[in-house]
Design a protein around this ligand. Sequence first.
Ligand SMILES: [Zn+2]
Length: 430
Amino acid sequence: MLRVVGLFLFVSLALAKHEIYEGYGLYKVLVKSADQVQLVNHLSHSLDLDVWAHALPGRDGQILVPKETKVLFENELQAAGVEFQIETDNIKELLDLEDQLHSAALQKSNNSRLDSLPFDQIYTYHQVDTFLEKLAAAHPDTVTLVNAGKSFEGRDIKYIKISSTNFEESRKPIVFMESLLHAREWITLPATLYAIHKLVIDVTEQDLVRDIDWIILPIANPDGYVHTHEEARFWRKNRNTNYPLCTGVDLNRNFDIFWGQASSNIPCSDVFHGAGPFSEPESSIINSIFQQYRHRIELFLDIHSFGSMILYGYGDGSLPPNALMIHLLGVQMAHAIDAVKMSWNANYVVGNVALVLYQASGSAGDYALGVGVPYSYTYELPGYRFGIGGLGFLVDPDFIEQAGFETWEGIKTGARFVRDNFKKKSFNLE
Ligand SMILES: [Zn+2]
């Protein structure tokens, strides 16, 4: 009986937490010209809308619109002749469905010990934390857990180092990857956890551990991530409360590269860049990893969602000197993923971020290039498995393992490429 009451309370709380999204509509927007692109961007900005996917000719946009703004939004689009479709008139219903799917997956799962994490759930901050601790304790020969510092709200930010030579072999390249810099991009967590799984627990390709050192940071923005579980599923930023009016900084606009050039100085914006470069503890911690290892980091992968894209810098549209090689490796990684992806998902698109999406400054991916990491990419994992629609950030538990598995194919391709390149580089030095 108590369990029933407990379950009822849990379900009630879970349902109550999405009330802030009651009546929010998700719109698909189809633009046909540069003028329409500009109009939609301007409208989204002036109405302070949450743009999930930027509309471009040939590619649908996705915009989340609050209940009270829907009529105005629709009228403006109609007046300008911009075509749109309503994907859902009340996203809260889909959030409740997402909870139900995850609760059902949890009940089926048999994983109380957390010494490996089956890929049927999106794990909480505490579950991941416990897993990393146990992993390091069980594999002291290859895994080192590093507590790199605290988030704004005081949570530990932990990453693991995986190495067969205790990180002491300077002729090995380092692959550094992170997920959940943006809190709501839940499907990115399985990508890093899957990589950990294949490098430590179920090692089937020895060369990846033998030849490469790995740094993996699964939860780059722990406060934001906890907030998406407990309060607001579509929260993106960190949880810094020291700014006027609104909470949070977009950590992927807070890095010290072109800082402030293509981001917002308004704290309420979802792309607010903070008080200055590295004003936020979370981005500072990532910077300290770059500073410590930048001479050996050959590949940096910042895992985001959604859109099936592999993007590279710079965010202002200019290109690094080795852009051709960056592009070629991007295409190779994309092909590796496309070969095993779900048939209904789009092929990955590869390109410079400003060309494929929009200009952005202060990103982690650009910063990596800026400190001399030769290959740096932002992955945008697919977001099209929830039901039959394109409902970006929502995660169907059935897609979790696939997301980990297919992304790993891209990661491996990148890792082996830089391994082979790094060897050549070392020979040249000798
Ligand atoms: Zn993101």
